[in-house]
Design a protein around this ligand. Structure first.
Ligand code: BGC
Length: 761
């Protein structure tokens, strides 16, 4: 049905329009009965449905309907599989339809700046490219069912400490290169119906009233055409927010802010046309849902199985010495499972992402279903209550077992929405348990349950580590299938695991003093930092093992030279050289080698592809690069810019396992990028072919004056030619007045003529 929304808005009174700008209650938009405008529901998200009862009659304030719990974002990102995320999104979209939820509040795609952010379990990655690919796919999936998404929390919201008031202070280039791209990609490709603005301030201005953020960048630059909703309680000044581009305030404001809007229009402080646009945007999404609503499907059992599938594709095998994994089914009776998480797994995070899960399958249950008669002892208390019996019992049992699988990780209280972690340590009782068992048994496997990286002081002492993250309700099924080789691990880390907390780049500037947090590390977060510092890490970004091996060969580029307006195809042959079926995530990183003085990370992920291979099978994987793959954000141009010169293409199995490299020459088509002024130094002139040509006569004169024949040996001993050259190179043009006795007018003329020439290139 084609609706004329503009017409509808025209029929509304000022009060009715203002009323639509805030929620009816916690979860609904307001209706306008007079005009038949319906109220619709929104719900959290994103790892399944957290639908609270609107009337609040039979559910507690934080309770929600029984639903399917999907893996958290920290795990799904490790799948490196956008198709899988699209499937997950479509399934959750179906559930929303069945429960009449118009918008699911997610995905959450903030960048994991520090491993300590309490909400990292919800977020995808430390890498903006990966986060964007995963998020856009999820959004496409949900919205294929005509249910909206609300990508959150826009923007630069990478900590929980004082999240509602703290200012994230970050420079332009870092925002553009690290904190925006995942949102940008999702807006441009996923076309989410709504965007949720974050609580925090950005460089002093609340996201909820930041015109640059919500209007200039989001709508004008990226073309977002849905509505912006505030994070729950993120509104500071309602009228300013509306003018900046914030459409819907959630939850209800008790009518106070609606009245403020009415008054602002009446007093002329706010143009009614701005309000009309907001109402139009909200109504368009409300009716998009209502008019296209179908029945949906909430087949919990089928979705439970999908959760297992997603988890299997995403869990990361961090270590597997001597191929201790996969375990053999026939050995089951000599295998000991240790750890409370084998029976009561930690499979989801807390806060607004928390699902009231209808059914959970633990590893012990899954083993039972598979007919595996493994032994079990509890080993530790999740709540860290002192218990004198658990540890000795586990050690004794471990002595008798052939293999010990320890199910360990972070308890709920260690990471959650609302607060950050203090460090990356696991509970001491668990660290001790693992170390002590490793002393009495040589075959120890650790299976982890955590939403963010942990220190592993025992990593060298155990044979294998399987990272399950927070795997959703079918966690046990996925673990058993992977441990016993019914499935082959293919997840790769979407974040670096540093050796210890203090290694991480934000250690000094996280979480700030409560008023401000300075993103002083700039773009150097995650592997961008560890690579630059050549630091040892516990497990690198992109790392993940398989039960088979892959060989990379035949790296080919579609061209050796491209313009920045052209695309580059990169293909590589991948062969499964092992004995079992497996999937490999081929990762492509780009390194700038143009020789400019621009600060660039050692390498950055610019493409990836997941490929499935039978033993001995080969496939050619093709990935496409474009200008953005080579560019950095140039703060003078306020635009992406790929300097002319050489770039290296690195293809590999992790950020620290690069198998093949190739070179490509990129030519920039940007014009007038380089401009000189009186403070441009000689070296900058000489580095630029056009400027160098213009400066030839001047440089000659300069050189002969300063380095000419006339210099005595004594002069040269005091100031060598090399020193002289270094000084010359850093001399600004204005210094020609003192050293070449040039007149100011002559210098100005040179600058003008050179800039004229430069503007052609
Ligand atoms: C969270 C959002 C969530 C909202 C509604 C806020 O506290 O930051 O992610 O969607 O509450 O529950």
């Amino acid at each position: 049905m084609k609706r004329n929304i503009k017409d509808l808005v025209k029929q509304m009174t000022l009060e009715e329009k203002a009323s639509l700008c805030s929620g009816l209650d916690f979860w609904h938009t307001k209706p306008v009965d007079r005009l038949g405008i319906p109220s619709v529901m929104v719900s959290d998200g994103p790892a399944g449905l957290r639908k609270q009862d609107d009337k609040g009659d039979h559910l507690g304030i934080n309770d929600s309907i029984k639903a399917v719990c999907f893996p958290s974002g920290c795990l799904t990102a490790c799948s490196f599989d956008p198709d899988l995320l699209e499937k997950e999104g479509a399934t959750i979209g179906d559930e929303c339809l069945a429960e009449d939820v118009s918008v699911i509040l997610g995905p959450a795609l903030n960048i994991k700046r520090s491993p300590l952010c309490g909400r990292n379990f919800e977020y995808f990655s430390e890498d903006p490219y990966l986060a964007g690919e995963i998020s856009a796919a999820y959004v496409k999936g949900v919205q294929s069912k005509n249910v909206g998404t609300s990508i959150k929390h826009f923007a630069v919201n990478s900590q929980e400490f004082r999240r509602m008031s703290c200012s994230s202070n970050v420079d332009e280039r870092t925002i553009r290169e690290i904190y925006f791209p995942a949102f940008e990609k999702t807006v441009k490709e996923g076309k989410p119906d709504t965007v949720m603005c974050s609580y925090n301030r950005i460089n002093g201005v609340f996201a909820s009233e930041n015109k640059w953020l919500l209007t200039d960048v989001l709508r004008k630059e990226w073309g977002f055409d849905g509505y912006v909703v505030s994070d729950w309680g993120a509104v500071n000044k309602r009228v300013e927010g509306l003018a900046a581009g914030l459409d819907l305030e959630m939850p209800a404001s008790g009518g106070t802010t609606d009245r403020q809007i009415v008054e602002a229009v009446k007093s002329g402080k706010l143009k009614e046309a701005v309000l009309d646009k907001t109402v139009e945007r909200i109504l368009r999404i409300v009716y998009k849902y209502k008019d296209g609503k179908t029945e949906g499907n909430f087949d919990k059992e089928a979705h439970h199985n999908l959760v297992a599938e997603i988890a299997k594709e995403s869990m990361v095998l961090l270590k597997n010495e001597k191929n201790i994994l996969p375990l053999k089914e026939k050995d089951a009776e000599s295998i000991l499972f240790v750890g409370a998480f084998a029976k009561t797994p930690r499979y989801e995070g807390g806060g607004s992402a928390h699902i009231n899960t209808w059914k959970v399958t633990s590893a012990l249950e899954a083993a039972k279903v598979a007919g595996l008669k493994v032994n079990y002892v509890q080993g530790f208390d999740i709540a860290e209550k002192k218990d004198k019996k658990l540890l000795p019992e586990a050690i004794e049992a471990s002595k008798k077992a052939k293999t010990v699988v320890i199910f360990a990780g972070l308890p709920d209280s260690y990471e959650s929405e609302g607060y950050d972690r203090k460090d990356m340590k696991m509970p001491l009782n668990q660290d001790i348990l693992i170390s002590e068992i490793a002393k009495v048994n040589k075959n120890v496997v650790v299976v982890l349950h955590n939403g963010s990286p942990v220190e592993m002081p025992w990593a060298k002492d155990v044979k294998a580590i399987l990272e399950s993250y927070l795997a959703g309700e079918s966690v046990g099924t996925a673990q058993i299938d992977l441990l016993f080789g019914k499935a082959n691990p293919s997840g790769k880390l979407a974040e670096t695991f540093p050796v210890k907390t203090s290694d991480n780049p934000t250690f000094i500037n996280f979480p700030g003093n409560g008023h401000d947090v300075n993103y002083a590390e700039g773009m150097y977060i995650g592997y961008r930092y560890y690579d630059k510092k050549e630091m040892e890490v516990l497990f690198p970004f992109g790392h993940g093992l398989s039960y088979t091996t892959f060989e990379y060969s035949n790296l080919k580029l579609s061209s050796k030279k491209i313009l920045d307006t052209e695309k580059l195809e990169v293909s590589v042959k991948v062969t499964n050289t092992g004995k079992v079926f497996g999937k490999e995530v081929v990762q492509l990183y780009v390194t700038e080698k143009t020789g400019t003085h621009e600060d660039r990370p050692v390498k950055e992920l610019k493409a990836f592809a997941k490929v499935a291979l039978n033993p001995k099978e080969s496939k050619v994987v093709t990935m496409t690069l474009d200008k953005r793959s080579f560019a950095f954000w140039n703060v003078e141009l306020h635009d992406w810019y790929a300097p002319t010169g050489e770039y290296e293409i690195l293809v590999g199995s992790s950020s620290r396992d690069i198998r093949l490299t190739a070179k490509v020459e990129v030519t920039s088509t940007a014009k007038g990028v380089f401009k000189i002024n009186e403070n441009t130094v000689l070296e900058e002139l000489l580095e630029h072919p056009v400027a160098a040509k213009c400066a030839e006569p001047l440089v000659k004169k300069f050189m002969s004056g300063m380095l000419g024949e006339g210099r005595s040996e004594a002069e040269k001993a005091a100031v060598s030619d090399d020193m002289m050259m270094a000084m010359l190179y850093s001399m600004p043009l204005r210094a020609l007045r003192s050293f070449l006795q040039m007149k100011d007018e002559e210098i100005a003329k040179f600058i003008e003529d050179t800039n004229k020439e430069l503007s052609k290139y």
